[in-house]
Design a protein around this ligand. Structure first.
Ligand code: GLN
Length: 494
């Protein structure tokens, strides 16, 4: 294989995908294995081993998710300004490995420090590996969305296996082993990245100006490393004291927006318009994730209390379905949706990104109507089988495919290259807010009394799902109605 592959050669690929996408696919797949493996273990571990009550465990879980996705903004920002995407991915992946092995060494005693290191690491890894996918395509290449859809399948393959394996190993064998799995598979991902990065031409190299001396460059880079290490104790305090979470969330969002507005003034009017379009999509995505992320919260309790272990005649634990159905459907349907977009593109009928987002909300709405309708299939004790519940997961996954991979792709189309990391970070920051609002929505749905009869729980949750379905429908319609306006802001971008 040629060692001196150029960016043009990468971007002039024949066929559907550039081959470099597979390296990024595999690195991200193992990173997501580690991330979702860890995420799947958190609440169970906190309740069973740290003897936390459920409420505290839920709050702390929500906080870690929010902090992870907040750190992606920081990771994206410093990648754009100082480290470049490659070094950021390497640094983030290394921190994730260290965090996981610290947890593996002594999960109970070193829990908070291990989690905090992993949070900072994910912030550096996640946005920047995604941004590099965008780099494989020329501006205007219509194959970019399909590339991000493929990359998204990798995410979900990792998420599925990590989510199933780690918690199972932890519960039935050893938590030390389970946390070490997160570290070992992250190490795989990082090794793949390290050994294939030379095939990425100049993608993701240092953004620092050439005229800076190499000593100066080193000083800047080490300052970022040192600064990110210094953030770890801060995250640790925040994860331990969830009462600061609200304050944190209220301040970070507005500050970030101010920063983006400040950055925007350096760009031309046309570039600014595109950034406004990106911001509109990002703000809508907060609502999408707030509803979607019921899966980790209220839907898992709904599965626990109100669903029988029966799905189309098969006996399966409802929580296993709740935790894995989404990934399975994304993996299965991602190629199909990709083909549908391509087929529509050939007939000049492909909806633009804003309409796709709108469709995402319409599917989300339909899925929540289906979750609501589960109540009509419950017996007198308030228990239903999982048939409709699993169909609802299929629908929500199609909605996710209309919005999430396309969202990654559009961030790289609408932002000037100098802001790719920041905008990708901002895209994920919306997920942080989505997670945060999801927890609040879920808590609002739960019936106040833990010991309430199952029928009452069923009604409380499904009433909530009906509300969400209506709101998602409204948001979808609004999105489709404003599509022409946002399209104007997007100009030549589809
Ligand atoms: N499931 C996707 C991932 O892990 C999307 C996450 C998100 O943006 N909330 O990358």
């Amino acid at each position: 294989m040629s060692k001196t592959v150029t960016l043009e050669e990468i971007q002039d690929f024949k066929g559907k995908y550039p081959k470099q996408i597979w390296y990024l696919f595999l690195s991200e797949m193992w990173e997501r294995f580690s991330f979702y493996g860890m995420r799947g273990m958190l609440t169970v571990f906190m309740v069973q081993k740290l003897m936390m009550n459920e409420k505290d465990a839920n709050l702390r879980y929500g906080a870690t998710q929010a902090f992870v996705y907040t750190m992606t903004f920081v990771g994206g920002l410093f990648a754009d300004k100082i480290l470049g995407f490659r070094k950021s991915v390497f640094w983030g992946g290394s921190l994730m490995i260290v965090g996981s092995f610290i947890l593996a060494a002594s999960p109970v005693n070193l829990f908070y420090i291990g989690i905090s290191i992993t949070i900072v690491g994910t912030g550096f890894f996640k946005p920047n590996i995604s941004t590099m996918v965008g780099n494989l395509y020329k501006e205007g290449d219509p194959r970019r969305d399909a590339g991000f859809s493929l990359f998204y399948s990798g995410i979900n393959i990792g998420a599925l296996f990590g989510g199933l394996l780690c918690v199972w190993v932890g519960k039935s064998y050893s938590w030390n082993l389970a946390f070490s799995f997160a570290g070992i598979f992250m190490l795989f991902g990082l090794l793949i990245f390290t050994f294939t990065q030379r095939l990425l031409a100049n993608i993701g190299l240092s953004p620092l100006p050439h005229h800076l001396s190499s000593l100066k460059k080193k000083v800047y880079e080490w300052a970022v490393y040192a600064g990110s290490l210094a953030t770890i104790p801060l995250i640790l305090i925040l994860v331990r004291n969830t009462r600061y979470t609200d304050l944190f969330m209220y301040t970070v969002g507005p500050l970030t927006l101010l920063y983006i507005f400040w950055e925007m003034r350096r760009f031309t009017k046309a570039e600014q318009k595109k950034l406004w379009a990106a911001l509109i999509l990002i703000i809508f995505s907060i609502f999408f994730w707030a509803f979607f992320e019921q899966s980790g919260g209220s839907l898992s309790l709904f599965a626990l209390y109100n669903l029988k272990d029966n799905m189309f005649g098969l006996h399966i634990d409802p929580n296993v379905i709740n935790n894995s159905a989404n990934s399975v459907f994304v993996i299965l349907f991602s190629p199909l949706i990709g083909l549908i977009w391509l087929g529509l593109h050939k007939r000049k009928l492909e909806p633009n990104t804003v309409v796709k987002f709108g469709l995402g909300f319409l599917f989300l709405s339909l899925a929540f109507f289906a979750f609501y309708a589960v109540r009509f299939f419950a017996d007198s004790s308030g228990m239903a089988d999982m048939n409709l519940f699993s169909v609802a997961y299929l629908i929500i996954s199609i909605g996710e495919l209309c919005l999430s991979p396309i969202g990654l792709s559009i961030m790289t189309k609408l932002s000037p290259q100098r802001l790719w990391g920041v905008m990708m970070g901002l895209w994920f920051l919306a997920s942080a807010y989505g997670q945060y609002v999801a927890g609040i929505l879920g808590a609002g749905m739960a019936s106040a009394d833990d010991k309430a009869p199952l029928v009452q729980k069923l009604n409380a949750y499904t009433d909530g799902y009906k509300q969400l379905a209506i709101y998602a429908l409204i948001l979808g319609v609004v999105m489709i109605l404003i599509a022409p306006l946002v399209k104007k802001l997007m100009q030549d971008v589809k």
